[in-house]
Design a protein around this ligand. Structure first.
Ligand code: SF4
Length: 367
């Protein structure tokens, strides 16, 4: 298949790996963060770690939308799902994430809550149309990749005059998280980033220019196939050896400098920046998330419903916060594998297909 098979060629992968071996300089390390959980899975799925020299250390970043959502926001969604007037819709991964007290949206559904899994946010419009006597709430999560479809729902709901549909908005911004990681980089000493693929199709490669300029860290945007990731690592090693810090785009078949201008414009029309937003693992970050614009407050679940100010209770033994900051590997969590597993997730990083703990577990990695 075009754009897939040609980026999975084993001979070419070994060739790029040889070039990386030739380029690395003994005596120094190359600490590279793959921001996106999709890259973490690709790296383990395709056995790329085994092709790389020991000087290269790959550190997984916080780019898993399910993982970075803090417990307090999930508890708010649980509250919505327990409201008998509400049909709560969200993506499948969110259903299994543990909330305070070990509950989850799946458990609320088993207790009678009306929780629906959707594949596309546009399904929410049909649900609202078909259930005029109920309040349909879309629990929206994700980075810039999933934000445009939510924006489309908002615009259509406004145009069609829906009064029983609202969005519980938890969309977050990739560059803000990268700023947070680099501002607090002491323990990790990152040398550079493998930049996200899907997010970059929306925000464009120019969005990363600030990182070489402000922090002197290179960013190479990469696709999700094995040759993409290896090529990005090679480009990062070359930059670091030459003392350069630039944005390079390995994923030119999908990412442009400006990104998707239509999607960005639509997002600007319906969302505004929050002053601060709490991230699991990264803490409260300024201007790091979106909320529904005040002009569309009638479609904002945070305006339509009241929430109790209950105290969220994190599982203190779960090391997700340290894993998300790249300070610990999943296998360093005492709960990893037993009792925490994809069948019995005790933290968000074990739930999602983009979570680092799930990647380690699924591909049997212990380092
Ligand atoms: Fe959290 Fe489970 Fe990962 Fe430990 S193994 S950090 S409990 S998700």
């Amino acid at each position: 298949m075009k754009y897939i098979d040609e980026f999975r060629d084993g001979d070419k992968a070994r060739h790029i790996a040889r070039l990386i071996h030739q380029q690395v300089r003994g005596g120094r390390s190359y600490r590279l963060m793959e921001f996106c959980g999709g890259h973490t899975h690709a790296i383990f799925r395709d056995g790329l770690v085994d092709l790389l020299p020991q000087e290269i250390e790959l550190i997984h970043g916080p780019g898993c939308p399910v993982c970075v959502l803090p417990m307090a926001r999930l508890d708010m969604a649980i509250e919505l799902a327990q409201n008998p007037q509400v049909i709560l819709c969200t993506y499948g991964d969110m259903l299994r994430v543990p909330a305070s007290g070990g509950t989850s949206l799946l458990k609320v559904r088993a207790e009678g809550g009306d929780v629906r899994m959707v594949y596309s946010p546009l399904d929410v419009l049909a649900l609202a149309r078909d259930n005029p006597e109920r309040q349909v709430v879309f629990f929206a999560i994700g980075f810039e990749t999933t934000t445009p479809p939510t924006a489309l729902v908002l615009r259509q709901a406004d145009q069609l005059g829906f009064t029983n549909l609202s969005i519980f908005c938890n969309h977050v911004l990739t560059p803000a998280a990268m700023h947070a990681i680099l501002s607090d980089d002491g323990p990790r000493h990152l040398d550079g980033f493998i930049g996200p693929a899907h997010v970059s199709t929306v925000i464009g490669s120019q969005a990363y220019q600030v990182f070489p300029e402000q922090y002197k860290k290179p960013v190479v945007i990469a696709g999700f196939e094995p040759l993409d990731v290896l090529q990005a690592i090679l480009l990062l090693v070359r930059q670091l050896n030459a003392g350069r810090a630039e944005v390079e785009n390995e994923f030119t078949r999908a990412v442009t400098p400006q990104g998707n201008l239509k999607a960005r414009q639509l997002m600007d029309e319906v969302f505004t920046l929050r002053d601060r937003f709490e991230w699991r693992g990264l803490g409260s970050l300024p201007r790091s998330a979106l909320r529904v614009r005040p002009e569309l407050a009638h479609l904002d679940a945070e305006e339509r419903f009241t929430f109790s100010a209950g105290q969220s209770r994190e599982n203190k033994a779960c090391e997700c916060p340290a894993v998300l900051r790249g300070l610990k590997r999943p296998s360093e969590c005492p709960l990893f594998g037993n009792p925490c597993s994809p069948e019995n997730p005790l933290g968000s990083c074990m739930v999602s297909s983009e979570g680092a703990c799930a990647a380690y577990y699924s591909y049997g990695r212990n380092r």
